[in-house]
Design a protein around this ligand. Structure first.
Ligand SMILES: [Zn+2]
Length: 184
């Protein structure tokens, strides 16, 4: 397994629609392994394929100790709504409040190509919606009001030069008290 570079805001890979996976091969499982390794190294709780420059419809998550690798995930039911703070591994240091469904059910394939249904509430529901958005070229900043988006992008303007070529090199090291718990 290897740690992949994370693409950051401005890379067109983050705005592309992903391709449905027709069959779950060893190559797909290798990509999933690399995505988990990258997510853990970056201390995130979710990562979608476009964030590592790939266009497969895959996301991985580890929410409160439960691991998920979801292939072709789709929301099949949702209820309620709740606001909460979000961040994204592809928009480092930028956070914003986003309204999401409070409970969602997602249908997907697992790493063995079997159909699974995942029901999530609270943080898991938020993570599922954030990651599935990534698979359709959508980012959490898209939901912010005009003023809040302007503030978020102004913050991004100040830090984006740290990521030349829209690439975030992930170095596996414990980074101490860093505000990254909410990065998806
Ligand atoms: Zn994200």
């Amino acid at each position: 397994m290897s740690i992949l570079d994370i693409r950051v805001l401005g890379d067109p890979a983050l705005r592309r629609e992903t391709a449905v996976i027709e069959s779950v091969t060893d190559e797909i499982r290798d990509l999933i392994g690399d995505m988990f390794e990258t997510m853990y190294a970056a201390e995130g709780i979710g990562l979608a394929a476009p964030q590592v420059g790939r266009n497969e419809r895959i996301t991985v998550m580890d929410v409160e100790g439960a691991k998920y690798a979801l292939i072709n995930p789709e929301i099949t039911a949702s209820q309620g709504s709740i606001r909460g703070e979000e961040g994204c591994l592809s928009i480092p240091e930028v956070f914003g409040e986003v309204e999401r469904s409070s409970v969602v059910t997602v249908r997907a394939l697992d790493e063995n190509g079997h159909k699974i249904d995942v029901e999530g509430a609270e943080l898991l529901a938020r993570c599922l919606q954030h990651e599935i958005d990534h698979l359709h070229g959508k980012l959490f900043v898209d939901y912010l009001s005009v003023l809040k988006r302007r503030a978020a992008l102004a913050k991004w303007e100040k830090v984006k030069d740290d990521y030349p070529g829209y690439v975030r090199k992930v170095i596996f090291e414990k980074r101490g008290a860093h505000h990254s718990e909410g990065e998806l």
